[in-house]
Design a protein around this ligand. Sequence first.
Ligand SMILES: Cc1cc2nc3c(=O)[nH]c(=O)nc-3n(C[C@H](O)[C@H](O)[C@H](O)COP(=O)(O)OP(=O)(O)OC[C@H]3O[C@@H](n4cnc5c(N)ncnc54)[C@H](O)[C@@H]3O)c2cc1C
Ligand code: SF4
Length: 277
Amino acid sequence: MKPFAYVNPANEKEAVAALSKEHEKSMPMGGGQDLLARMKDYVTEPDRIVNVKNLDATVTRVNGGLRIGSAMKMVDVAEHADIGRMYPAVAAAAIEVGTPQIRNQGTVGGNINQRPRCWYFRNEEFVCYKKGGNRCFTPEGENQFHAIFGDGPSYIVHPSSLAVPFVAYDATFRLVGPRGERMVKAADYFTMPTKENVKRENVLEPDELLTHVILPAPRKPMPVMMPWAMRVGSSRASPAMRTQWSSYTVTSISTAEAMHTSTWVRRPAGRPWKERS
Ligand SMILES: Cc1cc2nc3c(=O)[nH]c(=O)nc-3n(C[C@H](O)[C@H](O)[C@H](O)COP(=O)(O)OP(=O)(O)OC[C@H]3O[C@@H](n4cnc5c(N)ncnc54)[C@H](O)[C@@H]3O)c2cc1C
Ligand code: SF4
């Protein structure tokens, strides 16, 4: 792993001040499970890591909805009584993430901003579009767990389980940078790949942090979403597929169709995907 500096800011302001305008030069770290894995594989090589685990990890009631601090651990999201009662798909998505160890370490901010699981992206020897190269390896390569919607140039499926219900519940993300704060709808935060932005999956600037997820007062009837389908999908999947969690791309479609829901949001594409029945 390339040597790096470590900054342990006391608050949001110090954390933002330690970031950089240049992509991947100075990077926030929550639980570190995705970032450190990429660093060990020489996929991401920042000069500096900024610890954001000590930022807000609380849940606050706001205008009939909830505001969740991005440092909150996924296990706490899964077990929080108000989140479970008001936004059951958020709790269900958190429970489905990886393993107990991952849920105990991983943060909301890290889960939302984790990078794609595409095996070519994760292998330092494949320099694809997302790493500044001039091709995508999946059309002629191993593509069984890749996107089925979207025209490329990258065919990742969005990796974050929490992103999907956040889009479905019409959440807003609070971003903070040197220019102050801005509020971005979850639906506008995640981007489909284009030639111009293929290296990114969202609109976050390199010197910005995602500090809070703001969920509006619950609507009635509640949207019914992917986590149900994921559960059915995962119980039907082979053990090999279970470890490849992006495989829910395909399994969730057939199972969601069986549920006769009116709003589906799932991840068969480079960003959370919405369809009507
Ligand atoms: C076997 C396995 C199974 C998994 N299954 C699932 C699954 O089913 N669903 C799922 O969603 N994930 C799954 N994951 C991925 C795992 O959930 C993520 O790696 C984890 O959520 C990342 O959280 P973290 O806090 O450790 O992120 P970190 O590694 O700390 O950060 C991830 C990225 O987000 C950035 N970041 C962190 N915090 C912020 C912030 N506040 N603002 C802006 N950027 C930030 C970092 O710079 C980094 O690029 C799985 C992983 C493994 C190994
Ligand atoms: S799908 Fe995206 S991340 Fe994977 S090889 Fe193609 S360009 Fe790279």
